[in-house]
Write a protein of this length. Structure first.
Length: 116
């Protein structure tokens, strides 16, 4: 993992800080203080590119919908194929949460699994 080279107390502190956030609103406030608008947009764009690649979208579709360059799309695709599985973990958990939310909204809570 590339970040292993940077592993130290300060980076651990950053990740622990992110893990302390409890709501989307808290995330907005923290990232507003921590990052520039462009940095946050880039992070969000990469996550969306990863989601779309996993869904089988073409580079052209992704470029049109997200505005990401083909270089960014290629980099994200490499991470999906050969990376540390971070995108996979997050996207699977997001999908699981969205499915739970949909079941909860429709009143079908009969199939609750907390494995992710």
């Amino acid at each position: 993992m590339q970040l292993d080279k940077l592993r130290d107390r300060v980076l651990d502190q950053l990740f622990e800080a992110v893990l302390c956030l409890k709501t989307v609103e808290e995330c907005y406030r923290f990232f507003d203080d921590l990052c520039t608008v462009g940095e946050v947009r880039s992070l969000a764009q990469r996550l969306e590119v990863a989601r779309m690649l996993r869904e089988g979208c073409t580079y052209h579709q992704i470029e049109e919908e997200t505005g990401a360059s083909t270089a960014t799309i290629s980099r994200v695709k490499r991470c999906l194929q050969y990376g540390a599985d971070g995108y996979r973990v997050v996207l699977e958990r997001l999908q699981h949460r969205q499915e739970q939310d949909r079941r909860h909204q429709t009143g079908d809570d009969s199939d609750q699994h907390d494995g992710l």
